[in-house]
Write a protein that binds this ligand. Structure first.
Ligand code: ADP
Length: 371
């Protein structure tokens, strides 16, 4: 069984790319707290330890789990590696965990990398030549692979071949190296940014959805058990309710509630203690934090409810566009607070209501039944 200590293809940090997120993404999965400001190494280590290792430990995502079970069982029956698989959805929902689960279920070794870390096609070629039969290559943020790198990936995925050019000028020779059969597991927060041919090379694509209250409670309960945290059913329910359906957020809130209970109470996370800890962090009853509220307030107050472009919102609140797009918007849209229109982002009547502002229709007219 492979675990988190397996080989990692460590790479250089990528320079800022066009979406300017400026992520200094390393390839060792230590970005588990990227939804939050401040990076706490201990939290990250705990998150990795809490990762479900096998399919049976996976909570929620029932349909994805069932489909994966079939794919894995069938591949094992044929004694073949699983087909290339793509996971997409907002950060913190379990894409990386699933890649590990697949490798573990297949007793395969996992190599971990990320789109921005593979700068040149040679970087990918180096990774590919290290793949052994059945290995899993996990490519996080796969939408951020450069075009030249993608060109190397296509034949590798389709024909298990690596095309290389030896020499330069008229003497240059093309050579094709055969690669062993391996599995690419891709993850992306932005399916739409993935090139069509790349998308098509995955045998199955899975959209990860936000977890419901019940699944979030189970995830919090499991983590509390593993971390030996004393928490009541009310405490779990309170944290789960404000975790925006995202395991990574839930685990973070659990840890902060643990700190609060330890220093300001008797060490037990009750409903009341969880509530106080969340209040202190500025997280409201829907799980919205300060940045969510600033996004909504900017649209409502500065731009009369919108439509307003994402870069303008980002500049107004000094946040990164891609963070808003990947992390904040999907949840605000899920709550029905925000709409994406061709002319920009629009705050809905519900958002006005939640923020406590009177609603008189948007700039783009009130004819839309949603407003
Ligand atoms: P992503 O790759 O989508 O950003 P991760 O796989 O890193 O998300 O998940 C973040 C954390 O949430 C993991 O460390 C893991 O502990 C926890 N987690 C995610 N999905 C589940 C799940 N289905 N059941 C239990 N814990 C989960």
């Amino acid at each position: 069984m492979s675990g988190d200590d397996d080989d990692r293809n460590r790479g250089e940090d990528a320079p800022d790319d066009d979406n300017g997120s400026g992520d200094s993404e390393t390839m060792d999965n230590e970005d588990d707290d990227r939804l939050v400001s401040g990076n706490n190494r201990k939290d990250e280590r705990e998150n990795i330890a809490l990762r479900p290792k096998m399919l049976r430990e996976l909570i929620g995502q029932d349909s994805v789990r069932e489909q994966l079970k079939i794919i894995i069982e069938a591949a094992m029956g044929r004694k073949e590696p699983v087909d290339h698989l793509l996971f997409y959805g907002p950060p913190g929902l379990g894409k990386t965990s699933l890649a590990h689960v697949i490798a573990n279920e297949m007793s395969a070794k996992i190599h971990i990398t990320a789109g921005p870390s593979i700068e040149r096609s040679g970087d990918l070629a180096a990774i590919l030549t290290h793949m052994k039969a059945g290995d899993v290559l996990f490519i996080d943020e796969i939408h951020r692979l450069g075009r030249a790198v993608e060109e190397v990936l296509y034949p590798a995925m389709e024909d298990f071949a690596l095309d290389i050019v030896i020499g330069k000028g008229p003497a240059a020779k093309n050579m094709r190296l055969n690669l062993p059969r391996f599995t690419v597991v891709g993850a992306t927060t932005q399916l739409a940014l993935l090139a069509g041919p790349l998308r098509d090379r995955f045998g199955a694509r899975f959209r990860l959805d936000y977890y419901d209250q019940d699944a979030m409670e189970q995830i919090i309960a499991r983590a509390a058990r593993m971390l030996k945290i004393d928490i009541t059913a009310e405490g779990m329910s309170e944290i789960a309710r404000r975790s925006r359906g995202t395991p990574r957020v839930g685990l973070r809130l659990l840890r902060r509630a643990r700190d609060y209970a330890q220093t300001r109470a008797e060490g037990v996370i009750t409903g009341e203690i969880a509530g106080k800890s969340l209040e202190l962090q500025g997280i409201d009853y829907l799980g919205l934090d300060d940045i969510d509220r600033r996004v909504l307030k900017t649209i409502i107050i500065n731009y009369e409810g919108g439509p307003v472009g994402l870069p303008t919102i980002a500049a107004s609140i000094s946040e990164d566009s891609s963070t808003i797009e990947d992390v904040y918007e999907p949840y605000l849209m899920q709550l029905g607070f925000l709409k994406r229109t061709p002319r920009g982002r629009v705050a809905t009547a519900r958002a006005y209501d939640h923020m406590g502002y009177p609603f008189h229709g948007n700039n783009n007219g009130s004819q839309n039944p949603l407003f």
